[in-house]
Each structure stands twice: as C-alpha cells, then as structure tokens.
Design a protein around this ligand. Structure first.
Ligand SMILES: [Zn+2]
Length: 242
C-alpha cells in the first residue's frame, strides 16, 4: 500500500515536471526573436522555433504587371512582375538554405501594416529603356537611416559585384524614396527597395541569369544581417542612395 502511494506520488511529480518543462520551452521560443507580426493582428503568425524573419516584396505581385516590354505589334513580351516573382522565389530559397526564415509578400500585402522583420527588401525592375544599372534606396523619412544605409551599402557591395551592374543613381525617383511600404511597416524594421536592373538594357541578365541576381540579393541581405547592428556604420564611399 505505502509503496504504491509513493510510486503514485513519484509519477505525479514526473508529469508535473514534464508539463512545466515543455511550458517553459514554448514560452522561451515564443519570446525569442519572434519578429514577424502585424500590429493590426491580421498577419500574426506565431512560430514555435522562430528564426530571423526576412520579408521580400515581389514587386507588383497581386497588383499589376509593372513595367513592360512590347514588340513591334504592341504585344507584351516581358513584364517586370514576372522577373520580380522569379528572383524573389530564388532569393528566398537561397536564404532559407542559409537558415533564414523568409516570407514573400505581395506589393500591397496586408501584412506590411506594422510589419516587424529583421529586413524588408522590395524587388522591382526598371522600365524597358536602353539603360543599364541597379538602384537601391531607403525611406527619406526613415527613423533608422544609418541602419537602412547599411542595407543599401551591402547591396552596393554584393549585388553590384555579383551582377556586374553599376549603380544608376540618376534615375532614383520619389517613387523609391517615398515607397508606399516604407510608410506602413514598423519604423524599427530596416527596409529598402531595389531596382534589379532595366528591362531594356539589362534584359539578358534579368531573364537568363536570374540565379546571379538572386545570389546578389541573398548575399546583400546576408551581409546586412551578419554585421552587428551596434557597429559603427561604414563611413567609406558607400552611396546613401538619396
Ligand atoms: Zn516596379
């Protein structure tokens, strides 16, 4: 009798112990670097074993085709949205292989409202004109300009090297520095918009070498995320894309 009772008490304590242990594990992982939520609630995505969340906007997705190229008969031969969709997907795969959690968002995605992420990068491509080059910009009213500049600095370093493209800052417009998503996200989320190249002058690169583009984008984000945010921002020749 007495032995049975002791056994039963032991079992009870074991069960309580196990429940407490898993409770602590769940709470700890939930509070870890969980960083992808919408303050408006709609996009709240609890993740048990959360990792740094990167958000990519597939430019024009769910909205329109963006810039287009047409042939002599006026038929569309190439759309910006097709390029941004392909490069976003390839970039996400590369980053996931490196251990990052990546979410691809539509251009006017609900989840942009109050978005908290370790980085938001919106991928676009420029018009079908005979120009060449990439452009990266961040919000002109950014609350964290030095951090954002570090992101565009990494793009200047890695995307440019990987693709062989030069920056084309002369055509950075207010559409870029006043990009709609910059106003929607949490002010503490680092963010930039990247024009991958021109549909005209860079067409071969944009259509036939998308792996190179994705590699450049992934390396740029990796550069940004693997540099400690407390470090002094580089005061070298990094363009600020303003
Ligand atoms: Zn665009």
């Amino acid at each position: 009798m007495r032995y049975d009772l002791i056994k039963r008490i032991q079992r009870l304590f074991t069960i309580i112990g196990l429940i407490s242990f898993f409770g602590i594990v769940i709470l700890a992982t939930r509070d870890a670097d969980f960083a992808f939520s919408s303050s408006r609630g709609a996009g709240w995505m609890p993740q048990l074993f959360s990792r740094p969340q990167i958000a990519l906007i597939s430019g024009h997705a769910g909205s329109d085709s963006g810039a287009i190229c047409t042939d002599a008969a006026g038929q569309t031969t190439l759309t910006e949205a097709a390029i941004t969709a392909a490069v976003s997907a390839k970039t996400a795969t590369l980053l996931q292989q490196r251990g990052y959690a990546v979410t691809i968002l539509n251009e006017f995605d609900e989840r942009l409202n109050g978005l908290q992420a370790v980085a938001l990068l919106s991928l676009h491509a420029d018009s079908c004109v005979d120009l060449s080059g990439y452009k990266a910009a961040y919000s002109e009213t950014s609350a964290i300009p030095e951090t954002d500049a570090r992101l565009t600095g990494c793009i200047a370093q890695y995307y440019a090297t990987e693709t062989g493209l030069h920056e084309h800052p002369e055509t950075i417009t207010h559409n870029m520095t006043e990009y709609h998503a910059f106003r929607k996200i949490d002010p503490a989320t680092p963010a930039a918009i990247l024009e991958l190249g021109f549909l005209g002058g860079d067409q071969e690169l944009l259509t036939a070498q998308q792996d190179r583009l994705a590699q450049g984008v992934a390396d740029s984000l990796d550069c940004f995320l693997s540099t400690p945010s407390t470090s002094t921002p580089s005061t070298s020749t990094t363009p600020t894309s303003k």
